[in-house]
Write a protein that binds this ligand. Structure first.
Ligand code: NCD
Length: 329
């Protein structure tokens, strides 16, 4: 396991399975009256958010608190970043305050990698979404959710499972992280999107491409709807919203074409009426809210393994010891 989690491609199959299995153990905690473990007592985790977030930020914070870490929330708005302070000076300031890990969300693709490669911070860097690049903990929580639904009798990976991602692949860090992790776990990935919302070079990604959602639905085990990311668009990528929804939106009629056990996923925020109708969003097949709950367990597992439990392949001299969740209780 590497010291930082910047890309889903950083994870070997064994790393990914270790995180998912650890998350499964930690998930049992959420059913208890007291939901806390002392594992990260005395460790400081900084949530460094330069971009808006509801689910990811809250879920990291809950995960950190459940592991008893000291949590510092830093958002660009209201900090010296709005006075022009650089990422480097911000990082050096956090290091001076003794940050053991930094969870970073940034509008610039590559910002977490820059932090991880620098000597500005000594702790772990966890990417909570950078520009249109990656969002590895989202891919992990998605895989966790799929594993629970698609392997009801147990079973470790997602070998042979058919996962379809629909929508704005061009601007989606969720899609990029998912294609890496799903391939690592043996799943087959298909993207369905208008040609204008597919990135250049996608033919080299390990996935299939389709422009016809209806024909892919019967061959799908997990369908992941992606939001159209208007905030990242500087041009018209499709004629009208109505046209987009008609061709690429998920609705009740399309849901009926999915195999019986198939699930409909969404990372949130959902734009109801655009990529998904209320009928689908509120149906028992839609796992959007469950994904949020699973996000806490998965982020606990990542923090636990990076800060408390694993020996890193790229460890500095003061590598943390190996522990089990059991002994940490
Ligand atoms: C996604 C993100 O921010 O990349 N949301 C999330 O983290 N749950 C997807 C999106 O914004 O559409």
């Amino acid at each position: 396991m590497k010291r930082h989690l910047v890309s889903a491609a950083d994870l070997s199959r064994d790393d990914a399975l270790l995180i998912l299995d650890t998350a499964e153990e930690l998930a049992q905690l959420s059913g208890r009256a007291v939901k806390k473990l002392p594992t990260l007592r005395g460790r400081t985790v900084v949530n460094l958010f330069f971009e808006d977030s509801t689910r990811t930020k809250t879920s990291f914070e809950v995960a950190e608190k459940r592991l008893s870490a000291d949590v510092i929330n830093f958002s660009a708005k209201g900090s010296s970043v709005s006075k022009g302070e650089s990422l480097k000076d911000t990082a050096l300031t956090l290091q001076a305050m003794g940050a053991d890990a930094v969870v970073i969300r940034h509008h610039a693709s590559g910002a977490p990698a820059r932090l991880a490669q620098s000597d500005w911070l000594h702790g772990s860097v966890i990417n909570a979404g950078d520009g249109t690049h990656e969002h590895p903990t989202q891919a992990l929580l998605d895989a966790f959710t799929m594993r629970r639904h698609l392997n009801p009798g147990g079973g470790n990976d997602l070998a042979g499972r058919r996962v379809t991602l629909v929508g704005d692949v061009l601007h989606s860090r969720v899609a990029r992280s998912n294609v890496h992790l799903l391939n690592t776990l043996g799943a087959q990935v298909t993207f369905v999107a208008p040609p204008t919302l597919l990135p250049i070079g996608i033919e080299n990604w390990p996935c299939e491409i389709s422009y016809d959602l209806d024909s892919v639905l019967p061959k799908t085990d997990a369908l992941m709807m992606l939001r159209v990311q208007r905030e990242r668009m500087n041009a018209a990528f499709f004629p009208t919203e109505r046209e987009y929804s008609r061709r690429y939106g998920m609705n009740g009629r399309r849901m009926a074409q999915l195999p019986d056990r198939a699930i409909v996923m969404h990372p949130g925020p959902m734009v109801r009426g655009m990529e998904i109708t209320a009928e689908v969003a509120d149906s028992p097949r839609c796992t959007a809210i469950e994904q949020v709950a699973n996000g806490v367990s998965v982020r606990m597992a990542v923090l636990y393994l990076l800060l408390g439990g694993a020996v890193f392949a790229d460890a500095p001299t003061d590598a943390p010891r190996t522990d089990s969740v059991e002994t940490a209780k």
